[in-house]
Ligand binder design. Structure first.
Ligand SMILES: Nc1ncnc2c1ncn2[C@@H]1O[C@H](COP(=O)(O)OP(=O)(O)OP(=O)(O)O)[C@@H](O)[C@H]1O
Ligand SMILES: [Mg+2]
Ligand SMILES: [Zn+2]
Length: 248
């Protein structure tokens, strides 16, 4: 079916207007930005399950939610002035991926920023797959959007135990992004526990592995340097959302 043309610009993306001084000027049609947003959203690789996640439908059930939401909103507002990304860290189902996705969707819609979502395990698998002889993609075809998107979400950092090769590859990616002033938003289940008495401890078991156990000290240290750490804690939303008391 043929696409219907925009009635304002007949599909060429420009409209002509008379300025106050009487000269004719060309201005971008409103359909142009809608078209860009649509393309950026399609290219962002956001999993279907998370497509409806926004900052507006993120519910605040405790102080950490409140703080994380505030930081997420400020991140969108400040973009592109800030120098560092974010690391959302906390137990299962507290809304880390929800917030990370909400930020990039908002950046696309409000500021036309090219963003992308990648699951840590999928990224490693996709890179490794390029080494097989019948691979349809080259390593640089996989890496190029990962290196070049203005904002990248790398979800579930540490979900796969790293090998020296994985550590080196991820280090290369995040270092390259950092040096080129591209922002990265990480999420992770693995907390580096410091204060034993803290409230968040009740959501972790003693003896759980920490982020440094999973990704190594070099990578962890680089990520802490390039990100603001946002700790979240609370019930697993997937489990408790059905209870009426957890709904607004
Ligand atoms: N505070 C919240 N408000 C609204 N929806 C939420 C909230 N927290 C979680 N959810 C919803 O619950 C589901 C699980 O949240 P999400 O996947 O973001 O958790 P997570 O912290 O990334 O968990 P995991 O560590 O398992 O990846 C999602 O559908 C998300 O939209
Ligand atoms: Mg998640
Ligand atoms: Zn138009």
């Amino acid at each position: 079916m043929a696409e219907t043309l925009c009635p304002l610009c007949q599909g060429n993306g420009w409209v002509l207007e008379e300025s106050a001084g009487g000269t004719i000027i060309a201005r971008r049609c409103q359909c142009y930005s809608e078209h860009i947003n649509q393309t950026l959203l399609e290219q962002a690789n956001i999993p279907r399950r998370y497509k409806n996640c926004t900052l507006n439908n993120f519910e605040v059930h405790n102080d950490s939610h409140q703080k994380a939401l505030k930081i997420a909103k400020k991140f969108v507002e400040d973009y592109p002035v800030q120098e560092i990304g974010l690391l959302f860290i906390g137990p299962c189902g507290v809304g880390k991926t929800h917030l990370a996705v909400a930020i990039i969707q908002e950046l696309i819609l409000k500021k036309n920023v090219p963003c992308s979502f990648y699951d840590f395990r999928d990224l490693i698998r996709d890179i490794q797959n390029t080494y097989t002889p019948d691979s349809s993609l080259t390593e640089s075809e996989v890496l190029s959007p990962v290196l070049q998107k203005e904002v990248l979400v790398l979800d579930e950092l540490g979900a796969k135990r790293t090998t020296a090769w994985v550590e080196e590859t991820i280090f290369y990616i995040i270092n390259h992004r950092y040096n080129n002033k591209k922002l990265t938003i990480f999420t992770s289940n693995y907390l580096d526990l410091e204060e034993e008495e803290d409230k968040r401890d009740s959501f972790y078991k003693k003896g759980d592995e920490s982020l440094v156990d999973r990704i190594g000290i070099r990578l962890r240290s680089r990520i802490y340097e390039m990100c603001k750490v946002v700790e979240m804690w609370g019930e697993d939303y997937r489990r408790v959302a059905k209870q009426a008391s957890y709904r607004r």
